[in-house]
Design a protein around this ligand. Sequence first.
Ligand code: SF4
Ligand code: SF4
Length: 322
Amino acid sequence: MPGNGRLKIGVYWAASCGGCDVSVFEIGFRILDLLRIADVVFWPCAADFKYADVAQYPDGFIDVCLFNGGIRNTEQERVARLLRKKSRTLVAYGACAADGGIPALANFSSREALFQYAYHDSPSTENPLGVEPRHETKTACGTLDIPDVYSAVLRLGDVVAADYTVPGCPPQADRVWEVIQAVAGGAVPAHNEALRVGCTMKSVCDECPLEKRLVKITQFRRHHQFRPEPGWCLLEQGAPCMGPATRGGCGALCLKAGMRCEGCYGPPPEVSDQGTAMAGALGCLLDAATEKRAAELIGQIPDPAGTFYRFSMASSHLKARR
Ligand code: SF4
Ligand code: SF4
């Protein structure tokens, strides 16, 4: 057990790709400053901690816990509740914890359809006995149990209240550092999940350096299909950039690297559904005088729903397939 007076830090990885865990190391040499004042008391990806270790901590023992990933199964929900209880500050860390992220794109399919593909139909599956995961399996040595998969991915906030939200896929290192410093300094707003660390009250478009020429979109194209004119808004050139429907704060990182915004900071403030916000923005940007022409243009985007809700399906009005 770490000594008194030192900051206690936890990191947990639920339904996510693992990039958020790696992103913590992007604070670089500041990690040495961190280790001078802090101890890691739970980080399954980096060290051999057990849930039972956490259960033995007093309530509120962990000063700051970075929880990344959505909630896809019973184990993740159980750990989210445990970490809420044991953490003074629980951070919804990254797009998946904040809005469902990439894993929540699966919410466009039913659990049955996902299992059918994953355990039977995918080209890399060999499953001659047609086995599927079961919650309980009786063996000669006793009953084995594995977590139950939910019918949809939930946000962390659907299960427990977080104190901070740090958006991004993955979050930027400076945002991580801001949260750690805020907690070290005792500046923790109580259960203010809506406070997205490092975000502005505007959209990515507002911080994008590319020029808007106020021309209508005449076609949609994928990045490999054209070479965008430098300095000119990618959306006006036909790349389905999510900048108008995405919360600002990243400094238009992707645009500065020549890529469209994919929407990882989630919807802007006052917008509850990122996908419909994007559809609304396109409504006045398309070069389409008729509904048929508008449908033709939108049809040029290979996966409109997956594009407009790439990171925010779990926080959308739809939430999941019905
Ligand atoms: S739509 Fe995209 S490229 Fe155009 S100004 Fe907004 S963020 Fe920049
Ligand atoms: S430009 Fe968009 S996709 Fe890129 S980091 Fe910013 S919010 Fe995320």
